[in-house]
Design a protein around this ligand. Structure first.
Ligand SMILES: C[S@@+](CC[C@H](N)C(=O)[O-])C[C@H]1O[C@@H](n2cnc3c(N)ncnc32)[C@H](O)[C@@H]1O
Length: 239
């Protein structure tokens, strides 16, 4: 049988692709990975639209009980729903590889990702360097800031993803305060993005010390040198 890794897109239950929906309808079991990102909708709205009961899986399930899930996929079609694109977070590659090793057919159904949705800011995607994630409990952690500095040296923009814990999502403000504590100049031009993929995403460009947004999930972009077209685009998002 087949293991389907299905991207849900970024905003709500209606961002699923027709291919994704067809696969869900054909599956006996439908799991929903709830810990690497969040949709702006409730699970019952997904169940209503997809016509299937969904089992939410917390962080521990996929990592520790992957065997159980793969065993099921040997006997029947199983779907794992993942917010955004299925393999944009490194977490799910293990599941994909393990299915391949066990000769379980695995199909990846793509969708939009935060990694491409940031294109709406006007910053050129090909000018981004390494992505980093700012974790909660970051007092002793320097690596996210090190990534920003290394990218800037190479004249590359940085996408800073923000930690998510079961019910808690880090705000761009908390992430920026971390970067400032690490040494980012308060006057640095940064971009904060919230609810990308929504019809009305919240995007603000401004000084690191000032920016605050309210829509979730959120991420931060730290631009390096700007092309004049990027400057023009960012002016749309300035207060
Ligand atoms: C592990 S990444 C998401 C990977 C996901 N599979 C994808 O392709 O988008 C999760 C982080 O991306 C950021 N993020 C996700 N969705 C977002 C959105 N719609 N708007 C802004 N930031 C978002 C947040 O910082 C969140 O904690």
């Amino acid at each position: 049988m087949t293991l389907y890794l299905i991207g849900l897109g970024l905003h709500d239950e209606r961002d699923i692709t027709l291919k994704g929906l067809d696969a869900i309808k054909a599956c006996k079991k439908v799991y929903f990975e709830t810990y690497t990102s969040k949709l702006n909708t409730a699970q019952h709205n997904m169940e209503k639209l997809y016509g299937k009961k969904i089992t939410a899986i917390p962080r521990s399930f996929v990592e520790e009980d992957a065997d159980k899930l793969l065993k099921e996929a040997k006997k029947e079609d199983v779907a794992v729903l993942i917010v955004g694109a299925p393999l944009a977070a490194t977490t799910h590659i293990d599941l994909f590889l393990e299915a391949k090793k066990q000769k379980i057919p695995v199909e990846v159904i793509e969708n939009g990702s935060v990694l491409t949705a940031i294109g709406i800011t006007g910053l050129f995607l090909y000018k981004f360097g390494r992505i980093t994630t700012i974790p909660f409990n970051n007092e002793k952690i320097t690596s996210p800031y090190d990534v920003v500095i290394a990218n800037q040296k190479n004249k590359l923009h940085t996408l800073c993803l923000l930690d998510i814990q079961e019910t808690k999502m880090m705000t761009a403000r908390e992430g920026l305060d971390y970067l400032i504590r690490q040494g980012l100049k308060k006057e640095t031009l940064v971009v904060a993005c919230g609810a990308l993929g929504a019809p009305d995403p919240e995007i603000k460009a401004g000084k690191a010390k000032d920016l605050k947004i309210t829509r979730f999930p959120q991420c931060i972009l730290v631009p390096a040198d700007l092309h004049f077209k990027e400057e023009e685009a960012l002016s749309i998002w300035k207060p």
